[in-house]
Design a protein around this ligand. Sequence first.
Ligand SMILES: Cc1cc2nc3c(=O)[nH]c(=O)nc-3n(C[C@H](O)[C@H](O)[C@H](O)COP(=O)(O)O)c2cc1C
Length: 303
Amino acid sequence: MTSGPAAAGAVRPELLAELQQMTPAEQEVLAEVVRRYRAAPPRAGRPSGLAFVQSFLKADPRLPAFQLPPSAAAGPPALCKRFPGRRQVRLPNAAPPIAAGLQDVLEKRRSSRDFGDTAMPLPALADLLHASYGVREFERAYDVRDFPFRYAPSAGGLQPIDLYVVANDVESLAQGLYYHDAVAGALTLLDEGNLRRRMSRCTLGPPWVAHAHAVLVLVCNLARVCWKYGDRGYRLAHVDAGVLAQNLYLVGTALDLNTCAVAGFHDDAVHELLDVDGGDESVVLLFAVGSRPADTTRRGGSR
Ligand SMILES: Cc1cc2nc3c(=O)[nH]c(=O)nc-3n(C[C@H](O)[C@H](O)[C@H](O)COP(=O)(O)O)c2cc1C
């Protein structure tokens, strides 16, 4: 890239037109993206959107030293969303649900896209949520006396992934959209009704996801992790989602459930379904789960 007056003269007209339409706030963001890219570009390769993103999010001695963002002074944001006035369904108290050995579970785990014809029991869903992402213990952290630590590790313990549950066919649980409130050990009902059709409009490819007994939606809540790590928190949140997905796979396998991660979704259709903004809160992954079909030869399905 060139710089100085000659570079200004070389700006492509369509870019200039875009820049002239940008608000001051948008220009500030763009200037920061370009500044970070030029301060620490990739070692080789052509500029690309991803190279800009990567430079923007990396820690690099050529960039200004990492500092806690000003928001960090105020204490961590709440780790669970609350929806005042919404009905909560308490999840049945989970006894330690996993008897299987780790090696056995690792051998058996696979992505299965086929689900049984009868409803999934609520305790199975409760056990899956609890053992994968429930609260393991409360301990003092960040000057908070009862800070929840959960079964999945998380950068800084800040748990930026929120879990929503689309219940399609779970015994004793009305069909609808729920938020998993891990601290309360409950599901908060956000929208009641049969959401299968809307879910199938959210997904790409074959319609098997809408046939799952439940679809978990992993949503990244950036405020929680960027509070401590600034923009780099974006990367950490996605690692956290992967860690949680593996917990869900392994616990699901141990509970004899069929499970499959799903990256094939229309982002904004999911945001609309959940009523999240798609910026500070955005979908990372879907996770289909359900009881196994009685006929165990029905397995797999198309990707
Ligand atoms: C992040 C992630 C996204 C995935 N997305 C999809 C998907 O959109 N559709 C699908 O059918 N399988 C999806 N899968 C499942 C993979 O296809 C599967 O893990 C892979 O084929 C290996 O098979 P296994 O899980 O049985 O070992 C996804 C898995 C992961 C980890």
